[in-house]
Design a protein around this ligand. Structure first.
Ligand SMILES: [Zn+2]
Length: 400
């Protein structure tokens, strides 16, 4: 093991030189990533050592981390720091815990066994988790476990949430019976978040206009962004805590919105601003870790173009309206979207077919999904352009 540590120390020293040279060549003095460093180091590593090939990964990661923290501590100065400690992190792929001992793979089929000192009072508890990383030095061995990773169960309720710029709309359903039963629909206005965002964008515009010194302006703008983020995070924490508390036995169903920023390319810039402003991902992850149940993520494709009740085509004579000619009804767009998300979540879990139009609980709740501005089935005059372009007035409508 000591020979291994000495070899790895040499390898880290060599990798540091390579990384340093790369950083000097880079016009912005960027330190290479561990992966691009590995590309340059691996041939040297493989020809010099007969260790399992994976060992080059922690070497490159260590070299990059050492260089980065050196520069950070010296306020941007870059030099090759000295490597004195005999220590190495070993990836989870290269060791296994077997019966109170750790088996480290040095070469394929050649192992070193290390004895575990299990007298730590938490050992029994922690060792149930997954062993994630091993730190070996010349005097000690530290084994890290990841605990609490076991999968959360599905709740007996589903709460499907449609996240919008100005509100969060939810449809709740009980899923334990033979068929799912709709339990309620709710609109939670996001007034606080919207206010913070409008406040701060006004402030930023003022700064852009009035602070002439570009460096000072940059600094001020960055400061503003940080404060805005904190206030939004606060508001979302409150909302997510409240939501999870109100639905303790529910699994939340969200749209998987990872691609949404990309898909907004080509739409109007105002629309894009709104999308990027809405910190939907922050909210989702807050709910995800606060809830004791597993959330579901469904595809967002077509949630506003297909009627979840009958499968018909939805039109949007106004931004906030979803009109289904087959149902003969004008639904509130956001509430209907939450129903569509629910149906997808149910299908994902095999709880289908859920024929909404034939369902008794739907008939009871249908009115709550109707758009409050229009009579069912009525074709309203003066349909605006709001369906294709974002309409601020339409956005400000919050129906409760
Ligand atoms: Zn319909």
């Amino acid at each position: 093991m000591i020979r291994y540590l000495t070899d790895m120390q040499d390898a880290v020293r060599y990798s540091l030189q390579v990384a340093y040279r790369d950083a000097l060549r880079d016009e912005k003095r960027r330190i290479p990533s561990p992966i691009s460093l590995r590309r340059e180091v691996r041939d040297w590593f493989y020809s010099r050592y007969d260790y399992a090939r994976h060992h080059v990964n922690p070497v490159c990661r260590t070299a990059v981390a050492v260089l980065r923290s050196y520069r950070k501590n010296r306020h941007g100065e870059l030099r090759i720091p000295e490597v004195r400690r005999l220590a190495m992190r070993i990836d989870g792929e290269l060791f296994r815990v077997i019966g109170g001992r750790i088996r480290v793979t040095l070469q394929p089929n050649r192992y070193v066994w290390l004895l575990i000192n299990s007298s730590n009072k938490h050992y029994d508890e922690y060792s149930k988790g997954r062993a994630s990383e091993l730190l070996v030095t010349d005097t000690k061995v530290c084994l890290t476990f990841v605990v609490g990773e076991e999968k959360k169960p599905l709740g007996k309720m589903f709460v499907a949430q449609d996240l919008n710029f100005r509100s969060v709309d939810s449809t709740k359903a009980l899923t334990t019976g033979d068929t799912p039963r709709l339990e309620g629909v709710k609109t939670e206005p996001l007034g606080q978040v919207v206010r913070v965002q409008n406040d701060f964008s006004r402030r930023r515009r003022a700064l852009q206009k009035h602070v002439k010194n570009p460096q000072k302006r940059m600094l001020k703008l960055r400061e503003t962004r940080g404060r805005q983020r904190n206030r939004i995070r606060d508001a979302l924490h409150k909302l997510s805590t409240k939501t999870v508390k109100e639905n303790p036995d529910a699994s939340f169903v969200f749209e998987d919105l990872k691609g949404i920023r990309r898909s907004s390319v080509g739409k109007s810039s105002l629309f894009r601003t709104y999308l990027n402003r809405w910190p939907y991902r922050m909210y989702q992850s807050m709910v995800e870790y606060k809830s004791t149940n597993r959330p579901l993520y469904v595809s967002p494709r077509g949630t506003s173009s297909e009627c979840p009740v009958c499968g018909g085509v939805l039109e949007h004579p106004e931004w906030a309206v979803s009109r289904c000619r087959t149902c003969g009804a004008d639904y509130g767009r956001d509430r209907l979207a939450s129903l569509a998300i629910l149906c997808r979540g149910l299908r994902l879990c095999g709880l289908t077919p859920f024929a909404v139009s034939a369902d008794a609980s739907w008939r009871q709740m249908r009115d709550e999904y109707l758009y409050p501005g229009g009579a069912p089935g009525a074709v309203r005059a003066g349909g605006t352009d709001a369906a294709s372009a974002p309409n601020l007035d339409a956005h400000t409508k919050v129906h409760v």
